[in-house]
Design a binder for this molecule. Sequence first.
Ligand SMILES: NC(=O)c1ccc[n+]([C@@H]2O[C@H](COP(=O)([O-])OP(=O)(O)OC[C@H]3O[C@@H](n4cnc5c(N)ncnc54)[C@H](OP(=O)(O)O)[C@@H]3O)[C@@H](O)[C@H]2O)c1
Length: 311
Amino acid sequence: MTNNAISTDHSLQNLDATPAPVTVIGLGLMGEALAGAFLRAGHPTTVWNRTTVKAEQLVAQGATLADSVGAAVAASPLVVVCVSDYDAVHHLLDPLPEGLAGRVLVNLTSGTSAQAREAADWAARRGGSYLDGAIMAIPPAIGTADAVILYSGARTAFDQHEATLRSLAAAATTHVGDDHGLASLYDVSLLGLMWGVLNAYLHGAALLGAAGVNAATFTPFASELVRTLTDWLPGYAQQIDEGAYPALDSTIDTHLAAMEHVIDESEAAGVDADLPRFVKALADRAVAGGHGGSGYPALIESFRKPSGVPA
Ligand SMILES: NC(=O)c1ccc[n+]([C@@H]2O[C@H](COP(=O)([O-])OP(=O)(O)OC[C@H]3O[C@@H](n4cnc5c(N)ncnc54)[C@H](OP(=O)(O)O)[C@@H]3O)[C@@H](O)[C@H]2O)c1
């Protein structure tokens, strides 16, 4: 991923620039946080929400409340929409007679990569440019150094409005590619990573908990392992990208024996063993595909095709 982390020089340039106008459509928990961050950064901010009362606090902070979706879109060259789902996006923006002429629409509504690509075509037919965005943050983090927002779509549209978008996530406003679907794909890939780590932590806590070890005692060991694993990832990436999996530390056969212990221990402790069984099934498939002597990154081959397809 391209890292567009802000530099000090860049921040100073932004301090000198006149903040550009922006519109935010959708003032739920996230939309309100987005509009608030734009306002704090000094951007003239127009807002619209189906339930008007949710705009009151923002108006008190200096936002302009548009009296229709069309007026909100007309108010700014950059239009950010953040509503529950893509159906709501289309419900709001489809009927506009003037379309999106000359506008850059940034859709921060969560959805799939296919929905993002369709929305890009739809926006183009209405005369607008389209960027899809994935917010990897909770509302209180918006506008702080903790927020990460990924964007995909035409680089020129991103470059044109990058300075404004940095008001939402100063340290991590990142363009991940021209393919409009990429932000969504990064989103689900990172969510999957998060759940994978958290589920493994919870399984481990249950296993140790059955032996009377509380989660607080287990946690420093878990944290240390997670930190160590992050150091392994660049080496994994190299093997995956090169398509060669030399066993630099241990083989999948060696991992497999330990995986059986996790299943046995879980069953003996009366703890759910589905997660370690699934982990072992992935390794079994890699071994069936001839990778018993390979390094662990060879499991990528198990993920690349559905489980019913022979290795
Ligand atoms: N909250 C988070 O932590 C978080 C993090 C990352 C991404 N996101 C994404 O951000 C998006 C918004 O989330 P949220 O937390 O702000 O949700 P929310 O608090 O439930 O707000 C939903 C927003 O969508 C509007 N809306 C829904 N259906 C509509 C329709 N048919 N017509 C017009 N407006 C409609 C709501 O308008 P009303 O106010 O009139 O109901 C409201 O502004 C979602 O796609 C979510 O996945 C949220």
